[in-house]
Design a binder for this molecule. Structure first.
Ligand code: SF4
Length: 285
């Protein structure tokens, strides 16, 4: 009794029926267990890609990205390492265009660590008020400048360890500054675009950008690390977009397992962004 209805149902509906039809619970459980072990078997049967094949695939992907976007100039406007630190710090949860709209005035008034270290965060906030998290960012700008003056003799430090001590500076910003300002490549700056592409390309199963960076470092040849951030960001904006990847026009579709793209994922992350906006803390990046 009760076998046929359970056999035809899946997921939450089947569980609900199982709870409601008390006498049939053992049978329902058996059927549900059989269905889930079938799914596990199917997952196990999927071939696992070897590291060698993954390295070859991502290396070719990087070469194609380099051909497409390698010659494009930096999207952020800056002239000195200090200005780059500030511009990247300001770009958290904001477009590069919006950052470039405020930095001319900002750098005219406080374009050096000496000048910024003496600025008042509220004056800086007034200049950058169009950017998200402007209050926290203004404190980070001044805090960064002060630490550069007191701890590093007025020069932006050149190591990851020292850079991530600066207020508001995380591995992502540090990687960009080391790479763009000093030509030092210590890692890969994994932002939202790089993270998304790496996941869709089946290069990582990590759930955080920091963990994804370690996966990418293990399979991308070191000489290609430097181009990943800026080139993949451009590709992420143009083709492998958050909301709807344009797989039909992708120049790398032969390299991509085309992991199912969750349409609406962009909306979800937008929502998350909105929720974050309510807090006053700018994410460290
Ligand atoms: S095939 Fe689609 S999901 Fe894969 S990299 Fe290209 S655009 Fe992105």
């Amino acid at each position: 009794m009760g076998i046929l209805p359970f056999a035809l149902l899946e997921g939450p509906q089947a569980s609900l029926w199982a709870v409601q039809a008390k006498g049939s619970i053992p049978i329902a459980c058996l059927i549900l267990r059989a269905m889930s072990s079938g799914a596990k078997r199917r997952r196990k049967q999927m071939p696992r890609e070897s590291k060698k094949s993954k390295v070859a695939r991502v290396t070719e992907f990087c070469h194609r990205m380099d051909k497409l976007y390698g010659d494009e100039p930096s999207a952020l406007d800056w002239k000195t390492p200090f200005q780059l630190v500030i511009a990247v710090l300001l770009s958290a949860q904001t477009t590069d265009v919006a950052v470039n709209a405020v930095t001319p005035t900002l750098f005219e008034r406080w374009g050096t660590p000496e000048a910024m270290a003496q600025a008042s965060p509220s004056d800086v906030a007034e200049v950058i008020h169009r950017l998200g998290f402007f209050r926290t960012k203004s404190e980070h700008c001044v805090g960064c400048a002060q630490m550069i003056m007191t701890d590093y003799g007025g020069e932006v430090p050149r190591t990851m360890e020292e850079l991530v001590r600066l207020p508001g500076v995380g591995r992502k910003t540090a990687n960009i500054v080391l790479n763009k300002a000093f030509g030092i490549v210590e890692g890969i700056a994994v932002d939202t675009h790089v993270f998304r592409i790496a996941q869709r390309m089946g290069l990582t199963r990590a759930t955080t950008p920091l963990a994804a960076e370690q996966d990418l470092l293990a399979i991308i040849p070191q000489e290609l690390w430097g181009g990943v951030n800026s080139e993949w960001i451009r590709f992420g904006r143009a083709t492998c977009t958050a909301r709807l990847a344009k797989c039909d026009e992708c120049p790398c579709d032969d390299l991509c397992p085309k992991r199912p793209v969750r349409h609406g994922a962009g909306k979800a992350s937008k929502g998350k962004g909105k929720r974050r906006q309510k807090t006053s803390r700018a994410p460290q990046q």
